[in-house]
Ligand binder design. Structure first.
Ligand code: FCB
Length: 466
């Protein structure tokens, strides 16, 4: 059977985030996060779901680490909950919060699974939001304190650090569309938030270098493959603006020390920033943000078509994808478009030249349940993963330094504004009993890891494709 072989050093892993799986909301002195507050407000999260228990990973992490071992994972990307470490956002460190991650890291290392730590996956301490949140410059310095506490404790064993997960979501969805916590709808605040997130990244890089020598440090961006709906001037303009706000706004500061001038001009015209420009950028900020990093994390899910009539800035807005048949969309309504991953990786390599690239998230929401035989026949997810891995492989063939891949996600979990209604896991979670059931896709992925290769065919039992 024909297959595509990956480099011998290629890193195979899976990803999760703290708020989405841990639960233990008030365990051992954890403080409140913006997602606790946001999810308790009726109407913000589907079916009124919250993260109080989630996958109860806080209490079940050992079993989950065993599960990863059983699935052959080489690396595990997880995030740390800031309000567990610093319940007041800054200042006093909560020892019990730190020891949870300390033990998790040791459990992983004992099983030869490399920990990849994300410092911020959207769960800002609520107390900092009360002081203005990310639009307040002081939050960046609180993040530096938090980085200091975590890296001092874990920096001897954790050698892979991701400062932020998708600052686009944290700023734009949190402060502009309001569909994520803290639920604010204010462009000027969202732009200030985006800058302070990037600034906090820069501050954090220096601290990590000091506290965790010989580690690899990077940031993860949500990168979308954006295309204009047509060749018309208006659609091309919509494309330029969307690509600029989603992709370039978060890449240019890292690799070019500046924000994209065309988008700055757009925001000035809309009145979101003053005539003088970006008042929140202080001298020296851009140098800090552009501090050399070792790798770029890329999260890729779908493509987005830009049309002049409606510029979809929202994760949850239906992707405008030419009335696709349902079998080409996931349960999120997102188009399955593997070629976009190749294009995104090639573009990032061509235009920004990161030394190393990792796909830090890629996956699909599909709802297949355990059948009477106990199997979860999620062949659509197998197809999605296979086709995206082939797309990733094709990027490596054209010279992209892609060195690893993390499937989103290990477990079905709290999918933000969708609560538990969308299932991204390669392992099924019964949220009543907390029982885990390995889905077919996880067995399939285990074979990929074992062979370090993806075969072009597969027994996924999908009559539409085979
Ligand atoms: C990404 C997030 C991740 C998950 C996936 C589906 O934007 O980083 O937490 O929600 O989308």
């Amino acid at each position: 059977m024909e297959s595509k072989q990956f480099d011998r050093q290629f890193i195979w892993g899976c990803a999760t985030s703290a708020f989405q799986i841990e639960g233990g909301a008030s365990a051992d002195g954890r403080g409140e996060s913006i997602w606790d507050r946001f999810s308790k407000k009726p109407g913000n999260v589907a079916e009124g779901h919250d993260g109080d228990v989630a996958c109860d990973h806080y209490n079940r992490y050992r079993g989950d680490v065993d599960l990863m071992k059983e699935l052959g994972m080489k690396a595990y990307r997880f995030s740390i909950s800031w309000p567990r470490i610093l319940p007041d956002g800054r200042g006093a460190v909560n020892e019990k919060g730190l020891s949870f991650y300390d033990e998790l890291v040791d459990a992983l290392l004992e099983r030869e699974i490399t920990p990849w730590v994300t410092l911020y996956h959207w769960d800002l301490p609520q107390i900092l939001e009360d002081e203005g949140g990310w639009p307040n410059r002081k939050t960046a310095y609180a993040f530096a304190e938090y980085t200091e506490a975590v890296s001092r404790r874990l920096g001897d064993r954790v050698k892979h650090w991701i400062t932020h997960n998708e600052p686009w979501c944290a700023s734009i969805l949190g402060y502009q569309t309001g569909e994520h916590a803290p639920g604010i709808k204010d462009w000027p605040k969202a732009l200030a938030a985006s800058h302070h997130l990037m600034l906090s990244h820069g501050l954090s890089v220096g601290i990590l270098r000091r506290n965790s020598p010989d580690s690899l440090i990077g940031i993860t961006n949500a990168l979308m493959h954006v295309q204009p709906a047509s060749g018309s001037y208006e659609d091309r303009e919509a494309y330029r603006h969307l690509d600029g706000t989603v992709n370039r706004w978060f890449m240019d500061p890292l690799y070019r020390r500046c924000y994209p001038a065309d988008i700055v001009a757009d925001h000035r015209e809309s009145g979101y920033i003053s005539r003088e420009g970006l008042s929140f950028v202080y001298p020296g900020d851009m140098d800090l943000i552009a501090a050399p990093i070792d790798f770029l994390g890329v999260n890729y899910y779908s493509r987005q078509i830009a049309r002049s009539t409606a510029i979809p800035e929202s994760k949850n807005a239906p992707r405008d994808i030419f009335a696709l048949p349902p079998d080409q969309r996931t349960d999120m309504g997102w188009e399955v478009y593997p070629d976009g991953l190749t294009r995104v990786l090639e573009r990032v390599h061509r235009e920004y030249r990161p030394g190393q690239i990792y796909v830090t998230e890629n996956g699909a929401a599909y709802g297949e349940k355990p059948g009477a035989d106990g199997r979860v026949p999620d062949s659509r997810r197998c197809v999605y993963l296979r086709d995206h891995l082939l797309a990733a492989h094709s990027a490596t063939e054209s010279g992209v330094p892609l060195l690893g891949y993390f499937v989103w996600s290990l477990l079905d979990n709290f999918e933000w504004a969708f609560g538990y209604t969308k299932r991204f896991g390669i392992v099924w979670v019964d949220f009543e009993t907390q029982q885990r059931t390995i889905k077919d896709s996880a067995y399939w992925y285990r074979e990929v890891i074992r062979n370090n290769a993806v075969s072009l065919n597969g027994a996924f039992n999908n009559p539409n494709r085979y």
